[in-house]
Design a protein around this ligand. Sequence first.
Ligand code: GLY
Length: 394
Amino acid sequence: MYEIQNAERLNVPAVSRAKLEYALNEALKKIDYALPVFTELFPSEASRGSVYEAQSNLTSGGWNTGFWSGILWHAYELTGEKKYRDTVLEHQLPSFLERIEKKLGVNHHDMGFLYVPSCVAAYKLTGSELGKQAALLAAEHLFSRYHPEAGFIQAWGDLDDPNAYRLIIDCLMNLPLLYWASEVTGDSRFADAAYTHYQTTRQVILRPDGSTYHTCFFDPVTHLPEKCVTHQGASNDSAWSRGQAWGIYGPLLTYLHHKDPSAMEMFRETTSYYLNHLPADFIPYWDLCFTDGDGQPKDSSAAAIALAGMLEGIRHMEDADPMKPSVSGAIACTMNSLIDGYLTKDVPQANGLLLHASYSVPHNNGVDEINIWGDYFYMEALHRMLDPQWNPYW
Ligand code: GLY
Protein backbone atom coordinates (compact mmCIF):
# COMPACT_ATOMS: atom_id res chain seq x y z
CA MET A 1 0.00 0.00 0.00
CA TYR A 2 2.72 2.46 0.99
CA GLU A 3 5.20 1.35 -1.62
CA ILE A 4 6.91 4.34 -3.21
CA GLN A 5 7.85 3.63 -6.79
CA ASN A 6 11.19 4.92 -8.12
CA ALA A 7 12.11 5.85 -4.57
CA GLU A 8 15.70 6.38 -5.70
CA ARG A 9 14.69 9.60 -7.47
CA LEU A 10 13.77 11.00 -4.06
CA ASN A 11 17.22 10.30 -2.71
CA VAL A 12 18.48 13.90 -2.55
CA PRO A 13 20.00 15.99 0.24
CA ALA A 14 17.96 18.46 2.29
CA VAL A 15 17.54 21.94 0.81
CA SER A 16 20.34 24.17 2.08
CA ARG A 17 19.60 26.97 4.50
CA ALA A 18 21.18 29.44 2.06
CA LYS A 19 18.72 28.42 -0.65
CA LEU A 20 15.75 28.69 1.74
CA GLU A 21 16.91 32.15 2.82
CA TYR A 22 17.29 33.19 -0.80
CA ALA A 23 13.72 32.00 -1.46
CA LEU A 24 12.41 33.83 1.58
CA ASN A 25 14.13 37.01 0.45
CA GLU A 26 12.51 36.72 -3.00
CA ALA A 27 9.11 36.11 -1.38
CA LEU A 28 9.49 39.14 0.90
CA LYS A 29 10.29 41.35 -2.09
CA LYS A 30 6.99 40.35 -3.71
CA ILE A 31 5.05 40.70 -0.46
CA ASP A 32 6.44 44.20 0.07
CA TYR A 33 5.59 45.07 -3.53
CA ALA A 34 1.97 43.94 -2.98
CA LEU A 35 1.45 45.32 0.53
CA PRO A 36 0.51 48.94 -0.28
CA VAL A 37 -2.45 47.73 -2.39
CA PHE A 38 -3.45 44.85 -0.14
CA THR A 39 -3.75 46.57 3.21
CA GLU A 40 -7.50 46.90 3.70
CA LEU A 41 -8.23 45.03 0.48
CA PHE A 42 -7.21 41.46 -0.32
CA PRO A 43 -5.76 39.72 -3.38
CA SER A 44 -8.27 38.00 -5.64
CA GLU A 45 -8.31 34.21 -5.44
CA ALA A 46 -6.32 33.83 -8.67
CA SER A 47 -4.30 36.31 -10.69
CA ARG A 48 -5.04 37.48 -14.22
CA GLY A 49 -1.88 37.69 -16.31
CA SER A 50 0.06 37.06 -13.09
CA VAL A 51 -1.49 40.07 -11.33
CA TYR A 52 -3.93 39.76 -8.43
CA GLU A 53 -6.79 42.20 -8.44
CA ALA A 54 -8.05 43.76 -5.20
CA GLN A 55 -11.18 42.52 -3.44
CA SER A 56 -13.01 43.49 -0.27
CA ASN A 57 -13.42 40.89 2.46
CA LEU A 58 -17.05 41.96 2.79
CA THR A 59 -18.03 41.36 -0.82
CA SER A 60 -15.63 38.61 -1.90
CA GLY A 61 -17.98 35.77 -0.95
CA GLY A 62 -15.11 33.34 -1.40
CA TRP A 63 -12.93 31.14 0.77
CA ASN A 64 -9.55 32.76 0.40
CA THR A 65 -9.04 36.18 2.05
CA GLY A 66 -7.51 34.54 5.15
CA PHE A 67 -4.50 33.41 3.14
CA TRP A 68 -3.11 36.91 2.58
CA SER A 69 -3.34 37.66 6.31
CA GLY A 70 -1.66 34.30 6.91
CA ILE A 71 1.17 35.19 4.53
CA LEU A 72 1.67 38.41 6.50
CA TRP A 73 1.78 36.45 9.77
CA HIS A 74 4.51 34.23 8.35
CA ALA A 75 6.41 37.30 7.15
CA TYR A 76 6.06 38.82 10.63
CA GLU A 77 7.24 35.69 12.42
CA LEU A 78 10.17 35.22 10.05
CA THR A 79 11.40 38.84 10.09
CA GLY A 80 9.99 40.39 13.28
CA GLU A 81 8.94 43.40 11.20
CA LYS A 82 5.94 45.05 12.83
CA LYS A 83 4.48 46.41 9.58
CA TYR A 84 3.19 42.91 8.72
CA ARG A 85 1.64 42.37 12.14
CA ASP A 86 0.08 45.82 12.30
CA THR A 87 -1.43 45.52 8.84
CA VAL A 88 -3.34 42.42 9.90
CA LEU A 89 -4.31 43.65 13.36
CA GLU A 90 -5.33 47.18 12.40
CA HIS A 91 -6.51 46.92 8.81
CA GLN A 92 -7.70 43.36 8.24
CA LEU A 93 -9.11 41.76 11.38
CA PRO A 94 -12.03 44.21 11.69
CA SER A 95 -13.30 43.09 8.28
CA PHE A 96 -13.17 39.42 9.33
CA LEU A 97 -15.30 40.26 12.37
CA GLU A 98 -17.77 42.32 10.34
CA ARG A 99 -18.00 39.60 7.69
CA ILE A 100 -19.02 36.90 10.15
CA GLU A 101 -21.22 39.17 12.29
CA LYS A 102 -23.20 40.20 9.22
CA LYS A 103 -22.92 36.73 7.60
CA LEU A 104 -21.56 38.17 4.36
CA GLY A 105 -20.54 35.55 1.80
CA VAL A 106 -20.48 32.69 4.30
CA ASN A 107 -23.10 30.30 2.96
CA HIS A 108 -20.39 27.63 2.84
CA HIS A 109 -18.04 25.65 5.09
CA ASP A 110 -14.75 27.42 4.44
CA MET A 111 -14.57 29.10 7.83
CA GLY A 112 -11.27 27.35 8.61
CA PHE A 113 -9.54 28.63 5.48
CA LEU A 114 -10.88 32.12 6.18
CA TYR A 115 -10.46 32.40 9.94
CA VAL A 116 -7.52 30.18 10.96
CA PRO A 117 -4.58 31.83 9.11
CA SER A 118 -5.99 35.29 9.88
CA CYS A 119 -7.85 35.39 13.21
CA VAL A 120 -6.75 32.24 15.06
CA ALA A 121 -3.16 33.09 14.10
CA ALA A 122 -3.70 36.64 15.43
CA TYR A 123 -4.97 35.23 18.71
CA LYS A 124 -2.17 32.69 19.03
CA LEU A 125 0.59 35.17 18.15
CA THR A 126 -0.63 38.34 19.86
CA GLY A 127 -3.57 37.40 22.09
CA SER A 128 -5.88 39.51 19.89
CA GLU A 129 -9.35 39.49 21.46
CA LEU A 130 -10.84 40.67 18.17
CA GLY A 131 -9.28 37.70 16.41
CA LYS A 132 -10.63 35.35 19.04
CA GLN A 133 -14.13 36.83 18.89
CA ALA A 134 -14.29 36.62 15.08
CA ALA A 135 -12.90 33.08 14.99
CA LEU A 136 -15.35 31.85 17.63
CA LEU A 137 -18.28 33.28 15.66
CA ALA A 138 -16.91 31.57 12.55
CA ALA A 139 -16.61 28.28 14.44
CA GLU A 140 -20.23 28.59 15.57
CA HIS A 141 -21.23 29.21 11.97
CA LEU A 142 -19.25 26.21 10.75
CA PHE A 143 -20.83 24.06 13.45
CA SER A 144 -24.28 25.16 12.24
CA ARG A 145 -23.52 23.36 8.95
CA TYR A 146 -23.00 20.00 10.68
CA HIS A 147 -25.61 17.34 9.98
CA PRO A 148 -25.48 15.04 13.02
CA GLU A 149 -27.78 12.42 11.51
CA ALA A 150 -25.27 11.82 8.69
CA GLY A 151 -22.10 12.88 10.51
CA PHE A 152 -20.75 15.48 8.12
CA ILE A 153 -20.43 19.23 7.57
CA GLN A 154 -22.19 20.42 4.43
CA ALA A 155 -19.84 22.11 1.98
CA TRP A 156 -21.89 24.59 0.03
CA GLY A 157 -25.35 26.07 -0.26
CA ASP A 158 -28.53 26.07 1.79
CA LEU A 159 -28.80 23.44 4.48
CA ASP A 160 -32.32 22.44 3.44
CA ASP A 161 -31.38 21.95 -0.23
CA PRO A 162 -31.40 18.17 -0.88
CA ASN A 163 -29.13 18.66 -3.91
CA ALA A 164 -26.45 20.24 -1.71
CA TYR A 165 -26.39 17.43 0.89
CA ARG A 166 -22.70 16.58 0.46
CA LEU A 167 -19.21 16.87 1.86
CA ILE A 168 -15.96 17.66 0.04
CA ILE A 169 -12.41 16.60 0.88
CA ASP A 170 -11.26 20.21 1.31
CA CYS A 171 -13.25 20.47 4.55
CA LEU A 172 -10.61 18.48 6.43
CA MET A 173 -8.68 21.76 6.44
CA ASN A 174 -11.61 23.62 8.06
CA LEU A 175 -11.73 21.28 11.07
CA PRO A 176 -8.91 22.90 13.10
CA LEU A 177 -11.17 25.91 13.65
CA LEU A 178 -13.57 23.61 15.49
CA TYR A 179 -10.82 21.86 17.48
CA TRP A 180 -9.45 25.27 18.47
CA ALA A 181 -12.92 26.53 19.48
CA SER A 182 -13.36 23.56 21.82
CA GLU A 183 -9.96 24.19 23.38
CA VAL A 184 -10.71 27.87 23.95
CA THR A 185 -14.30 27.49 25.19
CA GLY A 186 -14.20 24.07 26.83
CA ASP A 187 -17.28 23.18 24.78
CA SER A 188 -16.65 19.75 23.27
CA ARG A 189 -19.45 19.86 20.70
CA PHE A 190 -17.19 21.62 18.15
CA ALA A 191 -14.41 19.03 18.40
CA ASP A 192 -16.90 16.15 18.46
CA ALA A 193 -18.49 17.35 15.21
CA ALA A 194 -15.05 17.84 13.64
CA TYR A 195 -13.89 14.36 14.58
CA THR A 196 -17.08 12.71 13.32
CA HIS A 197 -16.78 14.65 10.06
CA TYR A 198 -13.19 13.43 9.70
CA GLN A 199 -14.29 9.81 10.23
CA THR A 200 -17.13 10.10 7.72
CA THR A 201 -14.83 11.74 5.17
CA ARG A 202 -12.21 9.04 5.52
CA GLN A 203 -14.81 6.32 5.07
CA VAL A 204 -16.33 7.68 1.88
CA ILE A 205 -13.57 9.62 0.16
CA LEU A 206 -10.44 7.46 0.44
CA ARG A 207 -10.17 4.76 -2.21
CA PRO A 208 -8.34 1.45 -1.57
CA ASP A 209 -5.38 2.57 -3.72
CA GLY A 210 -4.84 5.76 -1.66
CA SER A 211 -6.39 8.11 -4.21
CA THR A 212 -9.35 10.25 -3.23
CA TYR A 213 -12.72 11.37 -4.47
CA HIS A 214 -13.36 15.09 -4.36
CA THR A 215 -16.93 15.05 -3.06
CA CYS A 216 -19.64 12.69 -1.83
CA PHE A 217 -23.39 13.17 -1.86
CA PHE A 218 -25.60 11.69 0.83
CA ASP A 219 -29.22 10.61 0.66
CA PRO A 220 -31.22 13.26 2.54
CA VAL A 221 -33.77 10.65 3.67
CA THR A 222 -31.58 7.72 4.76
CA HIS A 223 -28.53 9.93 5.45
CA LEU A 224 -26.33 7.25 3.90
CA PRO A 225 -23.59 7.96 1.33
CA GLU A 226 -25.12 7.98 -2.14
CA LYS A 227 -22.47 8.72 -4.77
CA CYS A 228 -18.95 10.11 -4.90
CA VAL A 229 -17.95 12.33 -7.80
CA THR A 230 -15.63 15.14 -8.75
CA HIS A 231 -16.26 18.86 -8.94
CA GLN A 232 -12.90 20.20 -10.07
CA GLY A 233 -11.10 17.04 -11.23
CA ALA A 234 -10.78 15.44 -14.66
CA SER A 235 -13.26 12.63 -13.97
CA ASN A 236 -15.18 11.00 -11.15
CA ASP A 237 -12.58 8.24 -10.92
CA SER A 238 -9.41 10.32 -11.15
CA ALA A 239 -7.62 12.16 -8.33
CA TRP A 240 -7.88 15.94 -8.60
CA SER A 241 -4.39 17.04 -7.56
CA ARG A 242 -5.40 19.71 -5.09
CA GLY A 243 -8.04 17.46 -3.54
CA GLN A 244 -5.36 14.80 -3.08
CA ALA A 245 -3.15 17.46 -1.44
CA TRP A 246 -5.98 18.40 0.96
CA GLY A 247 -6.16 14.66 1.65
CA ILE A 248 -2.45 14.64 2.57
CA TYR A 249 -2.50 17.62 4.93
CA GLY A 250 -6.12 17.45 6.15
CA PRO A 251 -6.04 14.25 8.22
CA LEU A 252 -2.94 15.45 10.07
CA LEU A 253 -4.92 18.37 11.45
CA THR A 254 -7.23 15.87 13.11
CA TYR A 255 -4.19 13.85 14.20
CA LEU A 256 -2.82 16.91 16.01
CA HIS A 257 -5.92 16.92 18.20
CA HIS A 258 -6.94 13.27 18.40
CA LYS A 259 -3.82 11.16 17.84
CA ASP A 260 -6.09 8.75 15.99
CA PRO A 261 -3.69 6.39 14.16
CA SER A 262 -6.12 6.19 11.23
CA ALA A 263 -5.30 9.83 10.44
CA MET A 264 -1.59 9.04 10.09
CA GLU A 265 -2.53 6.00 8.04
CA MET A 266 -4.61 8.17 5.72
CA PHE A 267 -1.64 10.56 5.39
CA ARG A 268 0.57 7.64 4.35
CA GLU A 269 -1.92 6.32 1.82
CA THR A 270 -2.68 9.67 0.17
CA THR A 271 1.00 10.68 0.19
CA SER A 272 2.11 7.39 -1.42
CA TYR A 273 -0.45 7.74 -4.19
CA TYR A 274 0.52 11.37 -4.76
CA LEU A 275 4.27 10.65 -4.91
CA ASN A 276 3.68 7.75 -7.30
CA HIS A 277 1.85 10.02 -9.74
CA LEU A 278 4.18 13.01 -9.96
CA PRO A 279 5.84 14.08 -13.21
CA ALA A 280 9.59 14.56 -13.63
CA ASP A 281 9.80 17.91 -11.82
CA PHE A 282 7.67 16.79 -8.83
CA ILE A 283 5.00 19.44 -9.45
CA PRO A 284 1.69 17.81 -10.42
CA TYR A 285 -0.53 18.62 -13.33
CA TRP A 286 -4.00 19.72 -12.22
CA ASP A 287 -5.19 16.12 -12.03
CA LEU A 288 -2.92 13.22 -11.12
CA CYS A 289 -4.17 11.28 -14.15
CA PHE A 290 -2.00 13.55 -16.34
CA THR A 291 1.73 13.43 -16.80
CA ASP A 292 4.52 14.92 -18.91
CA GLY A 293 3.60 15.12 -22.57
CA ASP A 294 -0.18 15.35 -22.00
CA GLY A 295 -0.12 19.11 -22.58
CA GLN A 296 -2.13 19.92 -19.44
CA PRO A 297 -1.67 22.85 -17.02
CA LYS A 298 0.16 22.35 -13.75
CA ASP A 299 -1.13 23.14 -10.29
CA SER A 300 1.82 24.35 -8.23
CA SER A 301 -0.62 25.16 -5.40
CA ALA A 302 -1.27 21.43 -4.96
CA ALA A 303 2.49 20.91 -4.62
CA ALA A 304 2.72 23.67 -2.00
CA ILE A 305 -0.15 22.18 0.04
CA ALA A 306 1.29 18.66 -0.18
CA LEU A 307 4.70 20.02 0.80
CA ALA A 308 3.36 21.78 3.90
CA GLY A 309 1.42 18.61 4.75
CA MET A 310 4.47 16.38 4.38
CA LEU A 311 6.41 18.76 6.62
CA GLU A 312 3.75 18.25 9.30
CA GLY A 313 3.51 14.50 8.66
CA ILE A 314 7.23 13.86 8.97
CA ARG A 315 7.15 15.33 12.47
CA HIS A 316 5.08 12.33 13.53
CA MET A 317 7.07 9.58 11.77
CA GLU A 318 9.48 7.38 13.70
CA ASP A 319 13.09 7.40 12.45
CA ALA A 320 12.79 3.66 11.74
CA ASP A 321 9.73 4.20 9.56
CA PRO A 322 10.61 2.85 6.08
CA MET A 323 8.54 5.55 4.40
CA LYS A 324 10.32 8.41 6.16
CA PRO A 325 13.30 8.72 3.77
CA SER A 326 10.92 9.01 0.82
CA VAL A 327 8.88 11.73 2.52
CA SER A 328 12.07 13.55 3.47
CA GLY A 329 13.32 13.30 -0.13
CA ALA A 330 9.96 14.39 -1.52
CA ILE A 331 10.08 17.49 0.67
CA ALA A 332 13.49 18.42 -0.72
CA CYS A 333 12.56 17.63 -4.33
CA THR A 334 9.34 19.64 -4.16
CA MET A 335 10.89 22.68 -2.52
CA ASN A 336 13.89 22.62 -4.88
CA SER A 337 11.57 22.47 -7.86
CA LEU A 338 9.33 25.30 -6.65
CA ILE A 339 12.33 27.53 -5.98
CA ASP A 340 14.16 26.63 -9.20
CA GLY A 341 11.24 26.77 -11.61
CA TYR A 342 8.10 28.39 -10.24
CA LEU A 343 9.01 31.71 -8.59
CA THR A 344 7.63 34.97 -9.95
CA LYS A 345 10.94 36.80 -9.47
CA ASP A 346 11.47 37.31 -13.23
CA VAL A 347 7.90 38.50 -13.83
CA PRO A 348 8.08 42.14 -12.72
CA GLN A 349 4.32 42.80 -12.74
CA ALA A 350 3.53 39.67 -10.70
CA ASN A 351 2.27 40.51 -7.20
CA GLY A 352 2.19 36.93 -5.89
CA LEU A 353 4.76 34.22 -5.26
CA LEU A 354 4.25 31.01 -7.30
CA LEU A 355 3.62 30.64 -11.00
CA HIS A 356 1.72 27.81 -12.74
CA ALA A 357 -1.12 27.24 -10.31
CA SER A 358 -4.58 26.30 -11.52
CA TYR A 359 -7.77 27.09 -9.63
CA SER A 360 -10.30 25.12 -11.69
CA VAL A 361 -9.52 23.83 -15.16
CA PRO A 362 -13.03 22.41 -15.82
CA HIS A 363 -14.52 25.83 -15.02
CA ASN A 364 -11.76 27.66 -16.93
CA ASN A 365 -11.04 29.67 -13.81
CA GLY A 366 -7.54 30.83 -12.90
CA VAL A 367 -5.74 28.34 -15.14
CA ASP A 368 -1.92 28.56 -15.15
CA GLU A 369 -1.95 31.63 -12.94
CA ILE A 370 -0.84 32.53 -9.42
CA ASN A 371 -3.25 31.70 -6.64
CA ILE A 372 -3.34 32.94 -3.09
CA TRP A 373 -3.52 29.57 -1.31
CA GLY A 374 -0.55 28.30 -3.31
CA ASP A 375 1.35 31.36 -2.12
CA TYR A 376 0.18 30.80 1.46
CA PHE A 377 1.20 27.14 1.69
CA TYR A 378 4.52 27.88 -0.01
CA MET A 379 5.24 30.51 2.68
CA GLU A 380 4.15 28.08 5.38
CA ALA A 381 6.48 25.42 3.93
CA LEU A 382 9.38 27.86 3.81
CA HIS A 383 8.65 28.83 7.40
CA ARG A 384 8.49 25.19 8.50
CA MET A 385 11.82 24.43 6.81
CA LEU A 386 13.56 27.50 8.23
CA ASP A 387 12.15 26.87 11.69
CA PRO A 388 11.28 23.21 12.29
CA GLN A 389 9.87 24.14 15.71
CA TRP A 390 7.22 26.40 14.15
CA ASN A 391 3.90 26.20 15.99
CA PRO A 392 1.09 25.75 13.41
CA TYR A 393 -1.76 28.23 13.21
CA TRP A 394 -3.99 25.22 12.34
N1 GLY B 1 -11.14 24.64 -1.45
C1 GLY B 1 -11.41 24.94 -2.79
C2 GLY B 1 -10.35 24.54 -3.73
O1 GLY B 1 -9.36 23.94 -3.37
O2 GLY B 1 -10.52 24.87 -4.90
